[in-house]
Design a protein around this ligand. Structure first.
Ligand code: ZN
Length: 270
């Protein structure tokens, strides 16, 4: 029930008679503001009017991935378009102020060189980005991904690792010795990575780090599906793709890895 409906029912009179109902009334006033803050599509949000920038997402997860791959190719080729249309900015802001409709969640490293809107050549409103050093999502990051899928309709969640990742290197070089400060959280988030990816005899440092980054992306995508019942159900029903990928700092190219599945034994564990 909206606040105005409470008022039309003489809610003020009810408050006077029943003081205990006051908290409920105050909560009813705050809910719309909370929904606005979270960017949840409101009742007023609708398809863009003619002449406004379209923010309607592609029809399927496959189409989203194709667009991201095409955008990445434009970035690699030095031919970005969607992230360069500055003349469209005022109209785009006007449209997005009425609601967001992103097509993909990108869980990327906080590294300053990993700007997903550039890498996939997408304008504002297209990518719901979660950034944590080492692209190894904690519970709040998982909740953020769930929000984007459940409330905003995202059909793709990508765990985007990158080459020369300092967080992965720090964990690898520590070899299990606790890192200073709160950096132990990196090690906790990547628990099992070093054991699952032993260094090969005579393997070069750089080759080892590249392999760790790739394996970490795959493990984190799998862990995401494992830890989130909501995401796992979407993957199992074919409504969501959880895709690990690695961004190459030099070439600009994103290598897409094998998508995470909602494995039956994982589903039964929850
Ligand atoms: Zn990194």
């Amino acid at each position: 029930m909206k606040p105005c409906e409470f008022l039309s029912l003489g809610y003020y009179k009810l408050i006077i008679k029943e003081p205990m109902s006051l908290p409920l009334f105050l909560v009813s006033l705050l809910l719309p503001a909370l929904a606005q803050t979270l960017g949840q599509p409101s009742g007023q949000a609708s398809a863009p009017a003619a002449g406004q920038v379209a923010v309607v997402p592609p029809a399927s997860a496959e189409a989203v991935l194709e667009e991201l791959k095409a955008g990445n190719k434009r970035f690699v080729d030095g031919r970005r378009t969607r992230s360069l249309l500055s003349s469209e900015d005022p109209k785009l802001r006007e449209t997005l102020a009425r609601g967001q409709n992103p097509c993909a969640v990108i869980i990327a490293c906080s590294d300053s060189r990993v700007g997903d809107n550039f890498i996939f050549d997408q304008e504002l409103g297209r990518l719901f980005t979660i950034r944590q050093a080492g692209n190894s999502p904690d519970l709040q990051a998982i909740a953020s991904a769930e929000y984007a899928v459940e409330y905003l309709g995202c059909q793709v969640v990508m765990v985007l690792a990158h080459t020369s990742c300092g967080a992965v290197k720090a964990v690898a070089d520590a070899k299990g010795t606790p890192l200073p400060g709160n950096l132990w959280a990196f090690q906790a988030a990547m628990a099992g990575l070093l054991e699952a990816t032993p260094r090969q005899p005579k393997e070069e440092h750089l080759s080892y780090y590249r392999r760790l980054e790739r394996v970490n992306a795959m493990r984190q995508a799998k862990a995401l599906v494992h830890r989130s019942e909501l995401l796992r159900a979407k993957v199992a029903s074919g409504k969501l793709k959880v895709v690990p990928a690695v961004y190459d700092l030099v070439s600009g190219k994103v290598i897409f890895l094998e998508e995470a599945q909602a494995e039956p034994e994982l589903a039964q564990a929850h």
